[in-house]
Ligand binder design. Structure first.
Ligand SMILES: Cc1ncc(COP(=O)(O)O)c(C=O)c1O
Length: 384
């Protein structure tokens, strides 16, 4: 499909800042969906004005339902399979204590994964004596997926992957690793914080056992909301974090009786900044309505243009070379340049990207266009 250089798939009406800045930073914080941001402040204002008149018991039960539904569509799951809390990390931590990999087993992951994907499991391993096995990255921070797959064996209890790596944007094939994990009696647990919103996720087709995400990056939602898919098997476990919302009737209030919800909602546990759930619902619905086939095609075109331009300018682009193993996240080093100084120069030129360790990470999303990339490349050229 040919698109004009000025075409933004996510409209400036919904993402106004995309016309004020060259905003290439979704892997850090995505631009917020305008309707979602409004939903959050509407809820907050109503609460401030009217307390439980505006937000009564029924609303407190139901307020997460729409986000449960939207997330089920996002992951191709059913609503019963989704739990909502305040972040990816809290849900992952609760899951790790539920699964509790035992001594003599290993948790397989990569050395480029995000700390929030693996620290919850490290805490568990410190407790039980299970071990963490690290797939090692090469000089371009790329994980050899054949070597990673070969590490999964009969001693493996859990494979923990970030679907898209935070640094390089390396994209893992969920079905391949779910199949391999299941063959050895292990489960595949996915942190989708860097993938949900930029690539499709299909738990039914891939067999991933758990998928957790926060909402403020590629989902263009707020801080303060996280969602997790858990498979029916994992819905039978005892979550690591429990609270009044974990009870099947949260208004039971009988402290010496705990009947866990018989679906993924047992992983929900307490109050949260509920308004963020209304905001996240808006942005997830917008992504779904836009369609992931279109989002992937658009982001692929824009990020490929960026990669080509960076290479022409002599940058070392990190991560896998094969397009199938990449997402829209693009990391680069500039030989002879200090990335810290370079990041500042880009920011001064209104090109918003992230300095991470010794590289610059660019992460265009569906509200960007080719013109943004050309402007960014011009600024890079001037800085070189
Ligand atoms: C892959 C991944 N997981 C998790 C997080 C952060 O998790 P949380 O929103 O729970 O703090 C990040 C943030 O950069 C991330 O890149």
């Amino acid at each position: 499909m040919s698109i004009s250089n000025s075409f933004r798939l996510g409209s400036p009406d919904i993402f106004p800042p995309c016309e004020r800045h060259v905003y290439l930073d979704a892997a850090s914080v995505g631009l917020s969906h305008k309707g979602g941001a409004e939903a959050i402040s509407n809820w907050q204002n109503a609460l401030a004005e009217e307390g439980t008149i505006a937000f009564d018991e029924q609303a407190e039960v139901e307020c997460l339902d729409n986000l449960n539904d939207a997330t089920a569509r996002l992951f191709n799951a059913t609503t019963d399979d989704i739990a909502v809390a305040s972040s990816e990390t809290t849900l992952m931590q609760s899951l790790a204590w539920a699964v509790m990999p035992g001594k003599g087993t290993k948790v397989v992951t990569t050395d480029t994964t995000h700390p929030s994907s693996i620290y919850p499991w490290k805490r568990l391993c410190d407790h039980t004596g299970a071990e963490i096995s690290w797939a090692r990255s090469d000089a371009t921070m790329t994980i050899d997926t054949d070597a990673l797959e070969a590490m999964i064996d009969d001693d493996t209890s859990v494979v923990v992957l970030s679907h898209v790596e935070w640094g390089t944007g390396q994209l893992f094939d969920l079905k391949r690793f779910a199949d391999k994990a299941h063959k050895h009696g292990a489960i595949l647990v996915i942190d989708a914080t860097q993938s949900a919103g930029q690539v499709p996720i299909d738990v039914a087709a891939t067999g991933a056992d758990a998928v957790a995400t926060s909402t403020y990056k590629w989902l263009c939602g707020p801080f303060g909301t996280g969602m997790m898919y858990v498979s029916p098997e994992l819905q039978k476990l005892n979550p690591g974090i429990l609270g009044w919302r974990s009870h099947k009737d949260m208004w039971d209030f009988q402290a010496n009786r705990l009947e866990l919800a018989d679906n993924a909602k047992r992983y929900e546990f307490g109050t949260m900044a509920y308004g963020t759930a209304y905001g996240a619902t808006e942005s997830v619905r917008h992504l779904l309505d836009t369609g992931f086939d279109k989002i992937v095609a658009h982001n692929r075109k824009v990020s490929n243009h960026l990669i080509d331009g960076l290479r022409e300018l002599g940058a070392d682009v990190l991560g896998p070379k094969d397009e199938a193993d990449r997402s829209a996240t693009v990391a680069a080093r500039f030989p002879g340049k200090n990335s810290r100084d370079f990041a500042k120069t880009l920011k001064d030129a209104n090109v918003i990207a992230s300095l991470r360790r010794d590289f610059i990470r660019f992460s265009p999303h569906y509200y960007n266009n080719i013109d943004d990339i050309d402007q960014g490349l011009e600024a890079i050229k001037a800085a070189l």
